[in-house]
Design a protein around this ligand. Structure first.
Ligand SMILES: [Zn+2]
Length: 164
């Protein structure tokens, strides 16, 4: 809604003439919608969306790498010769592949803002953080990178959960 410049009555944004005094209001600037304001001001919600998009893309990438690794491990299992080693490779490859699929699905959901994303992120990133902490205790310093990513994703989603 915006006020008529001549009589001051509130008019709908699509009005071409004032319905009260019949003034031509085609060139009267319309008030910005909340979405337009956010776009211009770079509000916290917009910043959170951009970070979520970047993280979504990272999740799809890492998921793709994991899926590829899982497939390669399964193929190694076929040529391992030793049946125990072969089963170990096949089992590990299967789980790495499944994790890859979950990461791709989460990343896609984040990009398309699917409604179940906040719940799924809390669950999977929660387990991810626990896994990273165990990894860190085991001396794997690289787990710190994943810990930072998982924590950032949970915080970003928590602060913008109502937009999914
Ligand atoms: Zn008017």
């Amino acid at each position: 809604m915006f006020p008529c410049p001549r009589c001051g009555q509130m008019l709908p944004p699509t009005a071409v003439a004032c319905q009260f005094c019949h003034a031509d209001v085609r060139h009267v600037p319309r008030p910005m919608t909340q979405a337009q304001k956010e776009r211009i001001a770079g509000s916290p919600v917009t910043v959170l969306r951009v970070i979520a998009l970047i993280l979504g893309a990272i999740w799809i990438l890492r998921g793709g790498l994991e899926l590829l690794t899982g497939i390669l491990m399964s193929q190694t299992a076929d040529t391992a010769g030793n049946s125990i080693l072969s089963a170990a490779f096949a089992g590990a490859g299967f789980f790495v592949g499944i994790f890859g699929c979950i990461h791709i699905l989460l990343g896609t959901g984040i990009l398309f803002r699917w409604s179940w994303i906040p719940t799924a992120v809390y669950i999977f990133c929660g387990f991810g953080i626990i896994g990273d902490l165990i990894s860190l205790l085991g001396g794997n310093g690289y787990a710190l990178i994943d810990l930072a990513l998982q924590t950032t994703l949970i915080i970003v989603i928590a602060y913008s959960a109502d937009t999914y």
